[in-house]
Design a protein around this ligand. Structure first.
Ligand SMILES: [Zn+2]
Length: 490
């Protein structure tokens, strides 16, 4: 068993090094492909189903699910390590201790580690949900060649979740179950729309609809789990990435990522912020004026949670910038228009949320240029703000960053990560956001407008922002101030 785990970790790390999701197709060198994220998932599903018997198909999927879940545990553990460190730093700050450069160095390091873990985990989760969705579709289609294997998979996921909760990171499993239930819900709605009865759509509610006490206990168990977790090859991989990053940092002074809040640094220091494939075209918010914040929301529009976010922000008299997928923009044009009427800014987050560094030129054209056409059609203007899916646009100067600059857009990163896609608990999302804001002092907060817990967490956060007197402003306005030259975005 240990050998298998080690093998998986090595496969995982090899995948990381190539900046790609560990692929179920095994050791093959990842090719640059014209794949939007849906095609990539369909290909993965076909590879899993390409077995000689139903028994083998089911086994392949079971192994796949175990592996994806284990990656999710690692990322969840990283999130908990991050929370532990953040709490220590925040306590020191609250007790009146002046935070030192060393503190920020440490904070940047754990932020960076978490960012790597999140990037890979988010991609793995995305693929896993896509695979489950396909299994669910095929299980409900008697004509599908893999109908029986799919039915078996769908029927057994509930037991698998139960077993995972018993033996693994409970809070991670709760979160996973809710993600999977989102897929069930969407399929149920599709069948209802067509007025058809599905063959089998399970419910995972019992795995995540738990009392507040159980949720808190699971969160505590998870924190302990992170502290006591044995260090793995993944940790040394991250350590190595960090030292590479440190080395590159010297050569890339323009990259804002490493620049912590420093009151002596004037906000005008980056007055040359403009569309560019290097650091000048990359905004993290670290150089914003003191106590000045932009709120950003990714991955929508979503029929219920995007309006929820509109309401939270409007109620609090705050504004935000939505980074949306063109495929969803096409589904919900009314929400796109409504955002404009309400005065929210809209930016692009690609066409389908594909992992851009994995794509060839044709794929990039679709995710950036076709995305721009669809955006313009719905919004009535070109985007000037772009955010790569998973924050992953390759290094400074990359082709992807050049394509974004060619569209006259800035790349917008963030310096406060709420992890609201991974954490289902609004309270801990809120705590994670507010503590990072206190410690950072200025910047860009990242939320998602496709999850219910995010809406609730942002509601809590707006109350805190008001209490602290932090200033939330429109992202293009802050950028205009920083560079001392106006900047606009639809
Ligand atoms: Zn995203």
């Amino acid at each position: 068993m240990r050998v298998v785990i080690l093998g998986l970790l090595i496969a995982f790390i090899a995948g990381c090094a190539a900046v790609s999701t560990p692929s179920i197709t095994g050791g093959r060198e990842p090719q640059q492909v014209t794949e939007d994220s849906e095609t990539a998932i369909e290909n993965s599903f076909m590879a899993l189903m390409n077995q000689t018997s139903d028994g083998e198909r089911s086994r392949a999927v079971a192994q796949y699910l175990d592996r994806q879940r284990d990656f999710y545990y690692i990322a969840h553990g990283m999130m908990n390590t991050f929370d532990n460190e953040l709490n220590l730093l925040h306590q020191r700050k609250e007790s009146g201790t002046e935070l030192t450069a060393e503190d920020f160095q440490k904070f940047n390091q754990i932020s960076f580690q978490m960012r790597i873990a999140r990037e890979f985990s988010e991609r793995n989760l995305h693929e896993m949900l896509g695979i489950y969705e396909l299994a669910l579709i095929h299980a409900n289609d008697p004509q599908a060649t893999d109908h029986r294997a799919s039915l078996w998979i769908v029927t057994n996921v509930s037991d698998w979740l139960q077993k995972s909760a018993r033996t693994g990171d409970r809070s991670a499993v709760i979160s996973l179950a809710e993600h999977l239930e989102d897929v069930n819900r969407a399929q149920r709605e599709k069948f209802a729309e067509k007025k058809m009865k599905p063959i089998r759509i399970p419910s995972f509610e019992k795995h995540y609809r738990v009392s507040k006490d159980v949720l808190s206990a699971a969160y505590e168990q998870s924190l302990k789990f992170a502290k006591e977790r044995k260090k793995t090859l993944f940790d040394s991989f991250i350590g190595q990435k960090w030292s590479e990053f440190e080395k590159n940092r010297l050569a890339q002074a323009a990259d804002e990522m490493m620049q912590w809040n420093d009151a002596t640094r004037s906000p005008q220091a980056l007055d040359e912020l403009y569309p560019d494939s290097g650091g000048k075209g990359h905004v993290t918010g670290n150089r914003f004026p003191k106590n000045t914040w932009a709120i950003t929301l990714d991955d929508g529009p979503h029929p219920t949670h995007t309006p929820g976010m509109f309401k939270v922000l409007t109620d609090a008299k705050m504004t935000g910038t939505f980074f949306w997928l063109t495929k969803s923009i096409k589904s919900y044009p009314k929400l796109v228009a409504q955002a404009g009427t309400l005065g929210f800014n809209r930016g692009s987050h690609s066409y389908t949320h594909a992992n851009l560094p994995k794509l060839n030129q044709a794929g990039l054209n679709h995710e950036i240029n076709d995305a721009a056409d669809g955006f313009k059609e719905a919004v009535g203007a070109d985007f000037t703000l772009f955010r790569c899916p998973y924050g992953s646009c390759g290094p400074m100067g990359s082709k992807i960053r050049q394509m974004i600059a060619d569209r006259k857009a800035l790349h917008i990163a963030w310096n406060v990560d709420t992890l609201d896609w991974q954490d289902k608990n609004p309270q801990s999302i809120y705590e994670r956001a507010k503590k990072q804001m206190d410690v950072r002092g200025n910047g860009i907060v990242l939320f998602h407008d496709i999850h219910s817990q995010s809406v609730e967490a942002l509601r809590l956060l707006t109350g805190y922002i008001q209490k602290k007197g932090y200033s939330v402003r429109a992202l293009p306005d802050i950028i205009g101030d920083v560079r001392e030259k106006s900047f606009s975005s639809p």
